[in-house]
Each structure stands twice: as structure tokens, then as C-alpha cells.
Design a protein around this ligand. Sequence first.
Ligand code: MEV
Length: 467
Amino acid sequence: MSSLRKNSQYETEINHKNSHLVILTFFVYNNLSLSKHKIGIIMSKTINGFSKLTKLEKIEWLASNFFNNDVKVKQILMQYWNSNPVLQDLHDDFIENTISNFYLPFGIAPNFVINGKDYTIPMAIEESSVVAAASLVAKFWSTRGGFKAKVISTVKVGQVHFMFNGDKLELENYFNSKKENLFKVTEAITQNMKKRGGGILDIELRDKTSELENYFQLHVTFETMDSMGANFINSCLEAIAKDFEKESIQIVMSILSNYVPECLVHAEVSCKVSALYAENSELFAQKFVQAIQIANVEPHRAVTHNKGIMNGVDAVVIATGNDFRAIEAGAHAYAAKDGQYKSLTNATIKNGVFKFWIEIPLALGTVGGLTKLHPLSKLSLKMLDNPSAKELMEIIAVAGLAQNFAALRALTTTGIQKGHMKMHLTNIIKQLGASDEEKAYLIDYFEHKTITHNAVVEAYNKLVGDS
Ligand code: MEV
């Protein structure tokens, strides 16, 4: 499909996106222009060569096979198309078979002070209370010395997994004789990274035969500077594997690891216990520490506890165009590093000082990937004063710590539902289709009342019944 054709179809749809008739006419036209082969394809729930269809043909296929040709399906999908075709094309090309865009709210949490510098943190997340919590906690700690954060290490890992059924000494000798060359074969790939101060740190032969028969690996460590480095690492590993392979060595796979316990950042807040709150400060601090102790001995609680941390972490990871699945996998693996899944945060009270901190592995990039390609990621990074990957690690660790503070503060005092439901109230009101005046009335009505779904529905029905 030429981009010209893609655009003209696109414009036709956008210009007339509110007219069912025109859309339908267009689809009829569009189908007529399809080859018999394509029409055949469209009438089947399984399909070959789907990726070769145009975007509209894909939607048509979906609508006719799974939605009984419901015109609303096309409308819903198309109303999320961006009116700028160049921007839409950019998004279309991020993945295969794009038929629409899936929006996430993009919010900002101001008033973060990290290592003495002011930040407004961008967050992309659908959960109603997260940005509000971040903003409140940022303000709270900005008057108590702010957040301190420090990167502990930035080592990333990749492995060549292979099978060898022979003399281990022979393998060791072979590895030692090859090691220098393994670095050499990656030179074309590592050249630029080396100029930026990164590259391959070491290649180690590891014997894993006690865990799996004949299993060995080349454990490779990397410094990837400001890039997350996934492509760089995987390309290096594949070059290494190719050079290392021989008849007695069967390469199984070569891939980076998302377990990065040595790409670690620490963030903390501290203040006098008495400065936490005017009343009941001691009790608050005590219960806060106990909440973490509970997460450390009770995995059911620890998972939820860490999920709350990831609310903050993921939101910034997504906003900055980073890979949240990699971050999630790495963080949870780290939480279980001692053999039991535990809290990623910790807190102490010593000599009247409350200290609360997080240690979390974060393999992030501020160059490469989507970071500068997605206009909103680019903007997010600019909002953060174009941080290095290390600075971004610090900022994101702080976002996670702030969320955990908000959650534990609520859980150990008022309970979580008060704040959550307050934020969720507008969602319920929207679902009910309330007008702006009805919305304002309901928000006011629930100011000092317990919010439940039923209570809101009841109040709304009474309101519209009364009027
Ligand atoms: C909800 O998304 C997150 C919390 O459950 C976290 C927690 O319990 O610590 C509130």
C-alpha cells in the first residue's frame, strides 16, 4: 500500500468521521476496490496475510467477522485516529496491524524536590488516584527536605545459553583462548557505545550443569550509558554466540536479561518523627514501619504493597517511552531475591528520625527506542530537563517511593477507600451520563459522605427523579 493511498483513505474518513453514510459509502467503495481474493479473506474468522491489508480493510474484516458489521465499531476505532496524518502514521508504525490508538491519561505531578532540584513529573496512567497521590506527597516532602536519590550501579546483563556435553576443562580452555576474540567480533557494534563511555564490561563462562544437564552460559555484562540497550545487548550477544559456536557447543539462545540487580537506584526521605504530623506523629511512624514489616513477612501483602509502588514507577516509565514490562519483571524478581517476595521499600525510626527508602533495579533509557520518537515521551523528557538515564532512574525511584508513602499513609490512617472513591466518584458520575450541573451537585453532596457505587447511583436517580 502506498502512503499516498493510505493518506487519502485516511483523510476521507477523518473529514467525514461523523457521517455514517459517507463512511459506509466509503467502505462499499473500498471493498469494491479489493481483489476477489481480499473479499474472500474478509469473510472469514481466520485469515492469511492480514498484515498486508490496509488499515480500513483490517477494520472491515474485524467488523464483519466479529461485530456483525456494526457501524459503531468502525466509528469507535476511527474516532481515536489522530487528525494529523503524519502523527497517525508514526503511531501506526510502532506496531503491526494498528487499527486505532488506545489513549491513556497523561498527567503531571508538580512540586517534587529531588536532590535539591525541582521537578514536575509526567505520568501516563489510568488509575484515578495515582497522580493526585504523587502531587500530595511531593508537596508534603518538599517542605521536609525533599527526596534524596542515588544510583548505586548501572550494570546490565545478557547471556548466551548453550549446551556442551564434554570435558569441562576443555571448554574452559576453549573459552579462555576465544575470550579476546569474542570482544573483537562485537567491535562494529560496540564502537559508538564505547565512544559514549559504555560497551561490554566482561564475558564470563558459567557452569550451570548442577541445575540442568549440559547447560552452560556466557554471562556478559554491559554498560549502556543513556540507552536502555536492549538492541545493543542482543546484537552483541548474537555476534558472540556465532563466534563461540562449534560442533560440540550447541547454542540454545542469546538474549539480554531483564533481571538487573546491579542496575540499582536508591531513593529516600527522612525527617524528625515530630515533623511528620502535628498530632499522633509517633503512632503514625510506628504503624508505617509495621506496615512494611508486614509486607516483608507476608507475600500476599508484599505483592499489593509493591503494586502500589509500580503505580508510580510505571506511569513515569510509560510517559518517558520506556519498557514497563521489563521494569515490572525486573522489579518483582528483585523483590524475591532473598527467596521470599518482599517489600521494595523500607523504613526505620532511629533517634527520633523517620527514614523511608526504596531500592529498585531500573534499566532505563533516555535515548533510543521510543524515547525521542514519540512526541509525548520527548516532551516528558524535556519536562524533566532532559535527564541522563541515571537521573531518570532517580526520578522514577522517587515516583515509586512517593506512591508507597501515599498508600501506606492512607492505609494506616483513614483507609484507602476514602481517597480512592473520591477520585473514582467522577468516573461513576460520568458512567451515569450526568450533566455538568448534576456532576457539581453530586460532588458537593458526597463531600462528607461515604462514596459507594450504589450510593452514587441512588443519589443520581433521586436527583434526576426530583427534577
Ligand atoms: C492500588 O492501586 C495500590 C494500593 O493497593 C497499594 C497498597 O496497598 O499499598 C493502594
